[in-house]
Design a protein around this ligand. Structure first.
Ligand code: 5AD
Ligand code: FES
Length: 373
């Protein structure tokens, strides 16, 4: 007979088969899974949520990922690039409203001009907030020396989703060329971690061709890599992307949603003290999708503080929510939503990954004892 789910929870480490089993739970067992992950969140993190004010500062992208609405090849889209002043005004808004942190996100571009610009912005944001605003970057693959410059300029967290850790599946959802190289993505993650960033990654859930085994592999990857932050969400098709041709192979939206909640619950059980984002894409499927994620394990929300007129153009997938709102609207809406999930927004704190602190302590001890990293 199958091992009971309660027995499974007593294991220190899950095997791939355990994870596949957990991804398939239904009914009573599904309730037990979510109860367990909620308990762990309460114990290790508390019923708390921290904000990262999200500034989607440009939708110009040098890459052509087959799933993404802002891919270079999509011509049905007005491209924008906020001015430095607009970005700084958004950061100021976050600071004045005591969001502990912001996240700067854009399409992926690599150039000396981009490296200089972001470095300069980081200095200015630190200056305007007297060092108070925490900063997460999410601007894709870059050279290690660029990551290092940005770290020195004050960015301390970096989100780079690996999208899928199955190399073959990665190959199916990206063009086959050196700009979309699986190994480079992994190398970038490694250099971010090595430099000292709180390092975050994640995957899309419910991609065409993706199996439960792939998702179990993704969970094991995140655990083995020892990530500090996790951001994963359901894949949602976009009409103007090549992957739309495989729309007939997709799970129904409600199943992709359910699988995402299970992935969040399981990673919370596997990695008790990491930061987990309640992804906006969850809300594209279920109006209270993010609240559901908070209840079962997520502890980070990214209210959009991009100036309203640009938001519609940062359309990664169809039906992206909140594209008409202003920053103020997003804040009050999210605050109400978080309290619906019986959690509390913590203002004025960075809300760093506890896992990172523990990991760094471990590293220091290892180095002191003369062990290699
Ligand atoms: N559906 C869901 N998520 C998407 N992303 C890009 N396109 C889609 C889509 N069609 C996600 C990717 C990327 C993040 C910024 O948005 O995971 O890393
Ligand atoms: Fe822009 Fe993938 S399309 S990074």
């Amino acid at each position: 007979m199958d091992i009971s789910i309660k027995e499974l929870f007593t294991r220190e480490n899950f095997s791939k088969n355990d994870l596949i089993r957990l991804l398939q739970v239904e009914g009573e067992e599904r309730t037990l899974l979510f109860q367990k992950s909620a308990e762990i969140k309460e114990k290790y993190i508390g019923n708390k949520v921290w904000f990262r004010g999200l500034i989607e500062f440009s939708n110009i992208c040098g890459k052509d990922c087959l799933y993404c609405g802002i891919r270079k090849g999509n011509k049905n889209l007005v491209r924008y690039n906020l001015t430095d002043d607009e970005i700084l005004a958004a950061a100021k808004f976050a600071n004045e409203n005591r969001y502990g942190s912001i996240a700067l996100q854009s399409g992926e571009l690599e150039s000396p001009a981009v490296a200089d610009r972001i470095e300069n912005l980081l200095h200015k944001i630190k200056e305007l907030s007297y060092g108070k605003l925490g900063i997460t970057l999410s601007v894709g693959e870059q050279k290690p020396e660029v990551y290092l410059r940005w770290f020195d300029a004050g960015a301390h967290r970096y989100l780079l989703r690996v999208e899928s850790t199955n190399k073959e599946l990665y190959g199916k959802i990206h063009p086959k060329n050196e700009k979309h190289d699986f190994q480079r993505r992994l190398d970038c993650l490694k250099s971010l971690q090595y430099i000292g960033y709180q390092t975050g990654t994640g995957v899309m859930i419910g991609l065409p061709f993706q199996t439960l085994e792939d998702l179990a592999g993704d969970l094991l990857f995140m655990k083995n890599f020892d990530i500090d932050m996790c951001g994963m969400g359901p894949y949602i098709e976009h009409a103007d992307t090549p992957l739309i041709q495989h729309a007939d192979k997709l799970l129904p939206l409600n199943e992709r949603f359910d699988l995402t909640l299970k992935m969040i619950a399981i990673i919370r059980i596997m990695m008790k003290d990491i930061n987990i984002v309640a992804a906006t894409a969850l809300q594209a499927i279920d109006p209270i999708g993010r609240e559901k994620a908070i209840k079962i394990g997520a502890n980070i929300i990214m209210p959009n503080i991009t100036p309203g007129r640009y938001r519609d153009s940062y359309r990664l997938y169809d039906n992206k929510p909140c594209t008409d709102d202003s920053a103020e609207d997003c804040q009050s809406c999210l605050e109400a939503r978080v309290s619906l999930a019986d959690a509390e927004v913590i203002y004025g704190e960075w809300g760093d990954s506890k896992h990172y602190d523990e990991r760094r302590k471990g590293l220091t001890v290892q180095r002191r004892n003369g062990k290699k990293k």
